[in-house]
Design a protein around this ligand. Structure first.
Ligand SMILES: C[S@@+](CC[C@H](N)C(=O)[O-])C[C@H]1O[C@@H](n2cnc3c(N)ncnc32)[C@H](O)[C@@H]1O
Length: 297
């Protein structure tokens, strides 16, 4: 009988041979193989090493084989195969309705935005705009337990997944979802914290992405020609929407270089991200208003 250890070695080998791309929540084929084995065996992620010596359940083999095929041949990311993703130690439902959670903003939130949120009181009103499945807004709601949180997206499918995640985390009393174009529906000076991970992949970059990205909704990835348009609109809108003392945390990834080129007079501050990643900036309400008034946004 095969053990978890021998099965793990086999699956990892298959993933390596298929040259799968790991960029959707798992760092390596080894980590992906562990997730597939545990999922097929109906086990949660918190297992210890002693599992490796135990027999892999024979009744789980067919499920595992079918998932390995979906991963290696179909190039489906693990989160969509298993229907779940972990971010910041938190479990979220994940499927083709929305982008797979992986934003480095999660770790800034878990650190309560440390040096960035300097007001005496924690943020009372939070919007995650372009929320997808709502993972960042839900993490924010957990980190700031008194806050009223809004999750907003243009895509109704993504919002339906966000609603499922709100229900999963039993947060519907203070986390609401609505359909809207960026921050257009938000009243002026009404929000303390805006969290935004908008689409920022240019059309040219889209063509070069590994096939795994083809399973994610194009509307979650594709921006305009140079990837900066939505980020630019968000900065202009946030200048009006944030309360005095408010903050916007914005992710643009590698598009940070296009942002620098587009807005040469904006002194972007790109944050050090403790768990890796690039292109996250924090902007205070007053800075945004000053830049807007100076006509440099
Ligand atoms: C990169 S995904 C981010 C999802 C989520 N915030 C995360 O980090 O996993 C971008 C999201 O923006 C949404 N979106 C695209 N254009 C939008 C717009 N004009 N207004 C609001 N949401 C938009 C997409 O539907 C998608 O869910």
């Amino acid at each position: 009988m095969e053990t978890f250890r021998t099965k793990l070695g086999q699956v990892e080998r298959l993933l390596l041979d298929a040259n799968v791309f790991c960029g959707h929540g798992y760092l390596s084929p080894h980590d992906e193989a562990v997730a597939l084995l545990l999922g097929a065996a109906g086990l949660g992620p918190d297992q210890d090493q002693s599992l490796l010596g135990l027999p892999f359940p024979p009744e789980a083999v067919a499920q595992l084989d079918s998932w390995v095929k979906e991963r290696c041949v179909g190039r489906k990311p693990i989160a969509y195969i298993l229907g779940e993703a972990y971010l910041g130690g938190c479990r979220f439902l994940s499927d083709e309705r929305a982008l797979i959670p992986r934003s480095p903003i999660a770790h800034l939130l878990l650190d309560e935005l440390s040096s960035w949120w300097t007001a005496d009181l924690p943020p009372g009103t939070i919007v995650e705009v372009c929320c997808g499945g709502g993972n960042l807004g839900i993490l924010a709601a957990q980190v700031f337990p008194e806050a009223q949180v809004w999750l907003a997206d243009l895509d109704g499918s993504a919002l339906s997944l966000a609603l499922d995640n709100v229900a999963l985390h039993r947060l519907s009393s203070r986390v609401g979802c609505y359909r809207g174009d960026l921050l257009g529906a938000i009243a002026p000076e009404s929000i303390d914290l805006i969290i935004a991970n908008p689409p920022y992949v240019s059309a040219q970059e889209m063509e070069a992405l590994p096939p795994e990205y083809g399973h994610e909704p194009a509307v979650a990835l594709l921006a305009d020609e140079d990837g900066t348009r939505l980020a630019r609109h968000l900065m202009q809108q946030a200048a009006k929407t944030l309360r005095p003392g408010g903050l916007m945390v914005l992710e643009v990834g590698e598009t940070m270089w296009e942002m620098e080129a587009r807005f040469p007079k904006v002194p972007f501050l790109w944050l050090d991200l403790p768990h890796g990643g690039d292109g996250v900036t924090a902007m205070r309400a007053q800075e945004l208003r000053d830049w807007s008034a100076a006509g440099i946004l």
